[in-house]
Design a protein around this ligand. Structure first.
Ligand SMILES: [Zn+2]
Length: 252
């Protein structure tokens, strides 16, 4: 039984460095999502940006630009385009596990119509609450599309065999979660935005909007899950993509 893990980049997030815990004025960081090929089906961890964000005049892009942010993306970087290059029919994807409901993680759901969305119950509850949506910037337009939704509460074993497990890592948003994948390429912990990049493991420079005490505990719990050869794949770490990506986006 071979399990394969791919990592794909779907556009960039532009922001003042301070928003990402980086000591530079402006940054452009990758927006990754992940594809797990398991004998019982294909699962994605996050799904990148919505296709409409390819247009700089898209209202959500304009709103970001009004906050000194942006998320440029091109059509060939969208979830469906990556899957097609992997010879995976987007309509065949069984699960989309969402780390959380931010636009750069849930945006690709509209291209994955037949998937069951797997999300922590408390994240989904936050997405259903107008005040929480506002406070944590959870844009309903991207995630509330009528998919079958499987709500989980805490740890969850996605395929029931221990190879793909979900781990609550609350704090960035109320119900953020991370994923551990035991694949042919070894053990990876897909951290998501529980930690934006490797530097934050030391600095603990968490984003302003977040619950810092909860994020600290969540990061410690994820680090404690590591075995000697586990690779931590962070939420938006420029050092893990670009020239030498931490995971392949194509078959050998
Ligand atoms: Zn993010």
């Amino acid at each position: 039984m071979t399990i394969r893990l791919f990592g794909c980049v779907c556009g960039q997030f532009h922001s003042p460095g301070s928003g990402l815990g980086m000591d530079v004025e402006r940054v452009a960081v990758p927006i990754p999502f992940y594809v797990v090929e398991h004998p019982d089906g294909v699962a994605l961890f996050d799904c990148g940006l919505h296709a409409e964000l390819c247009d700089p005049a898209d209202p959500y892009r304009q709103r970001l630009q009004g906050q000194d942010l942006d998320s440029p993306v091109e059509a060939h970087e969208l979830a469906a385009a990556h899957l097609e290059r992997l010879d995976i029919d987007p309509a065949s994807v069984r699960y989309v596990v969402l780390s959380h409901l931010h636009f750069d993680h849930a945006g690709g759901l509209h291209q994955l119509r037949n998937a069951t969305v797997v999300v922590q119950a408390r994240e989904w509850a936050a997405g259903a609450d107008a005040d929480m949506r506002q406070r944590y910037a959870l844009p309903r337009r991207f995630f509330d599309l009528g998919h079958d939704v499987k709500l989980v509460d805490g740890e969850h074993d996605l395929f029931g065999d221990g190879t793909v497990t979900l781990h609550p890592s609350f704090g960035h948003t109320p119900g953020h979660q991370s994923m551990r994948v035991r694949s042919a390429a070894g053990d990876h912990i897909l951290v998501g935005d529980a930690c934006y990049h490797g530097g934050v493991v030391e600095t603990r420079a968490f984003p302003a909007h977040a619950d810092h005490a909860a994020m600290g505990q969540s990061l410690d719990a994820l680090l404690a899950l590591r075995g000697p050869d586990t690779v931590m794949v962070f939420g938006h770490d420029p050092a893990q993509w670009g020239e030498r990506p931490v995971l392949p986006s194509a078959r050998d």
